[in-house]
Design a protein around this ligand. Structure first.
Ligand SMILES: Nc1ncnc2c1ncn2[C@@H]1O[C@H](COP(=O)(O)OP(=O)(O)OP(=O)(O)O)[C@@H](O)[C@H]1O
Length: 522
C-alpha cells in the first residue's frame, strides 16, 4: 500500500474544507453537550468563555516525512493495515479510532505511533502528546497516566460538564494549561471508557479550548476492542464509548479494523477465539473447548492459572510456593510518592508486588522488557562468565528462579513460547526496575522499585489483559462480566499450552451493542 504525504497546499485546502464542515459539526456537537442542550438556544460561539480567544484549528503538519514513512514501510514489521493507521495519524494528522481482536497488534502499533509522535519535530514538544488509559494498570502498561489524572478534576464521573470546566478553570491551572496545549490525546483500552465519559470529555475540551471543533481540535488516537472488558461503571447498562453522541463526529471516516492475528498461529484456535469474541460459540466449538479440560502434557513449565477473582489468585500462588522445599527470600518494594494516596493507587495497579516472596525453583514471570541484560547464552553457564550480551526478554517471559541474592535474582528464562523439553534457557541476573504513576505532565506521583518478577502460577483475568501466555490454565467458574472469558482464553499463544476448566456455553457472552457496532464497520 503506498501512502503519499499531503503537501502543505493540500493540507491548507483540507483545512478550509474542515473549517466549513466544522461549522456544521460544531452545531451538532453543541446540541450534544449535556449542559448546553438544556440552555436556551444560543449561537455556539456565545457559549465560549469570553476570557479565552476562540481556538483556531491550525492545519496539522505531518509528524514524519514521507521518506521516513517509506523507510518504515520497507523496514518495520508493521503490516499494510497497521501502516495505513500510522499514515492517517502521522502523515494526515487526523483523529483515528482503530480496533481489532485480541493479539492483532493494537498495542504494538500504539507504541510505534507514540514513538513517532513523541520524537516528531513537527509537534511543539513530546509533552503535547498525552498518553492515557482508563485504569491504572492499563496506564502503567502504556507508560501513560489515567484519564482521570489527565482531566484534572478529581473523580469527575458524577460531575456535570459545567462543574468539571469550573473545577479546572478555577482550581487547577496546570490542568487548564495542559488542556489548552495538548496536541494529541491517546486513549488506550477505550472499551472501558463509558459513552457518557467520552461525551463529557469532548464537551470539556471544546469549552476549555474555546473551539467548536470535535474535542476542541485535539487529534485523538483511540484504540481498544469493545469485545474485551466493558466500561468501568456501577451501572450495568453503561453506554459504550461508540454510543457517545460525539463519537461519529470525532472519527468521521477514520475507523480501522486490524484483522491479522499475531498472538496465535493455530488456525483452529484462531477460529474458536473469533467465535467466542462474538459470543457465538457453535456446538463444535463448545465441545472443542470442553475437550481442553485435559491436563497440559509435556510442558517444561507449569501453566499460569487465570482466575476471575484476586483471592483465588493469591491462594493459588501461595499454595504452590509452599510446596517448594527451599529457603524463602523476601524482596520488599521501595515505594515513594508525593502523597500516600498515590502510593496506594500504584500498589493497586502495579503487577510487581509490594512483597515479592521467592524460592529457588519457583516459576516466575518477567514484568518488564529487558534489553542488553547481563546473561549467558549457554544452558548451564559458569556464573563467573557473565557477559553483557544483547539478550532481550519480553515482558511476560516465563522462567525459573535459580538463585536468590541480596538484591537481585538469577533466573533461567526459556527462549521460546513453545513448551517442549530441550528448550534453550538463558540465565539472567534480574535487578530492580521502576514503575511509576505519572500525572498528565509526565511527573511522577508515585514510584515503586522492585525486582521485575512475579510468581507465575496464577494471575487475575483483569491483570492478564494485554499479556501473551504460552502455558495457561483458564478457570471460568467465577467469570461474571461480558468479554471476560474471551480476554482469558485469548491470552494463550498455542493450543497445546491451553487448558480450560469449568467451561459452559453460558460463559460465552458478547454484548449485543458491540456486535451491532462491529457489524456496522463491515
Ligand atoms: N506487525 C507485527 N509483526 C509481528 N508481530 C507483531 C506485529 N504486530 C503485533 N505483533 C506481536 O503480536 C503479539 C500481540 O500483539 P499486541 O499485544 O499488540 O496485540 P493486542 O491487539 O494489543 O492484543 P490485546 O487486545 O490482547 O491486548 C505481540 O507479541 C506483538 O509483538
Amino acid at each position: 500500500m503506498s501512502v503519499k504525504a499531503p503537501s502543505v497546499l493540500r493540507l491548507l485546502h483540507q483545512h478550509k474544507q474542515k473549517t466549513s464542515i466544522s461549522a456544521t459539526i460544531s452545531n451538532v456537537l453543541s446540541s450534544m453537550d449535556p449542559e448546553r442542550a438544556k440552555k436556551t438556544k444560543r449561537s455556539p460561539r456565545a457559549s465560549v468563555s469570553p476570557s479565552t480567544s476562540p481556538f483556531k484549528q491550525m492545519p496539522r503538519i505531518p509528524a514524519i516525512s514521507s521518506a521516513a514513512f517509506k523507510d518504515l514501510q520497507n523496514h518495520s514489521k508493521l503490516t499494510a493495515c497497521q501502516l495505513a493507521v500510522l499514515s492517517r495519524v502521522a502523515l494526515d494528522r487526523e483523529s483515528v479510532f482503530y480496533t481489532g481482536g485480541a493479539g492483532t497488534g493494537k498495542s504494538f502499533l500504539l507504541s510505534e505511533i507514540i514513538h513517532q509522535l513523541k520524537t516528531s519535530k513537527s509537534l511543539t514538544s513530546p509533552e503535547c502528546v498525552a498518553v492515557t488509559a482508563p485504569t491504572g494498570i492499563a496506564a502503567v502498561n502504556v507508560q501513560g497516566c489515567t484519564l482521570h489524572s489527565f482531566v484534572g478534576a478529581g473523580l469527575f464521573g458524577s460531575k456535570s460538564v459545567d462543574a468539571i470546566v469550573r473545577h479546572i478553570s478555577v482550581k487547577n491551572k496546570k490542568a487548564l494549561e495542559r488542556w489548552r496545549s495538548v496536541e494529541v490525546l491517546v486513549i488506550d483500552e477505550v472499551s472501558m471508557v463509558s459513552g457518557d465519559t467520552f461525551d463529557k470529555l469532548e464537551a470539556v475540551a471544546r469549552r476549555l479550548r474555546g473551539s467548536h471543533l470535535p474535542f476542541g481540535g485535539i487529534q485523538l488516537i483511540v484504540t481498544g476492542d469493545f469485545f474485551q472488558l466493558p466500561p468501568i461503571q456501577q451501572d450495568k447498562q453503561a453506554k459504550f464509548a461508540f454510543e457517545a453522541a460525539s463519537w461519529a463526529a470525532c472519527f468521521q471516516r477514520n475507523t480501522f479494523t486490524l484483522k491479522e492475528i499475531f498472538r496465535q498461529k493455530d488456525e483452529q484456535l484462531i477460529r474458536v477465539l473469533n467465535e467466542i469474541r462474538l459470543g457465538q460459540a457453535s456446538k463444535e466449538t463448545i465441545s472443542f473447548i470442553k475437550s481442553l479440560s485435559r491436563p497440559i502434557s509435556g510442558a517444561v513449565i507449569e501453566p499460569t492459572k487465570l482466575f476471575a477473582t484476586r483471592n483465588q489468585v493469591h491462594a493459588a500462588n501461595l499454595e504452590r510456593l509452599d510446596n517448594i522445599r527451599e529457603q524463602e527470600h523476601v524482596y520488599n518494594a521501595y515505594d515513594h510518592g508525593i502523597e500516600p494516596y498515590y502510593v496506594d493507587k500504584l500498589s493497586q495497579c502495579c503487577l510487581a508486588p509490594e512483597e515479592l516472596v521467592l524460592k529457588p525453583g519457583a516459576q516466575v514471570m518477567l514484568l518488564k522488557n529487558l534489553k542488553g541484560v547481563k546473561g549467558a547464552l549457554n544452558e548451564r553457564p559458569a556464573e563467573k562468565n557473565w557477559r553483557t550480551d544483547n539478550i532481550a526478554f519480553a515482558n511476560g517471559s516465563i522462567g525459573v528462579v535459580v538463585k536468590c541474592l541480596a538484591d537481585e535474582v538469577v533466573v533461567d528464562f526459556f527462549d521460546s513460547a513453545s513448551l517442549r523439553p530441550g528448550l534453550r534457557k538463558h540465565r539472567v541476573r534480574v535487578r530492580r526496575e521502576e514503575w511509576s504513576i505519572l500525572d498528565a505532565d509526565g511527573s511522577r506521583l508515585a514510584t515503586r522499585t522492585q525486582i521485575p518478577l512475579m510468581l507465575s502460577y496464577a494471575l487475575s483475568i483483569h491483570k492478564s489483559q494485554g499479556q501473551s501466555l504460552p502455558c495457561v490454565s483458564v478457570d471460568l467458574q467465577r467469570v461474571f462480566e461480558m468479554g471476560q472469558a474471551y480476554v482469558a482464553l485469548s491470552r494463550a499463544t498455542c493450543l497445546e499450552g491451553l487448558q480450560v476448566l469449568n467451561f459452559d456455553a453460558s460463559k460465552v457472552r458478547a454484548d449485543k451493542r458491540a456486535v451491532h457496532f462491529y457489524e456496522s464497520l463491515l
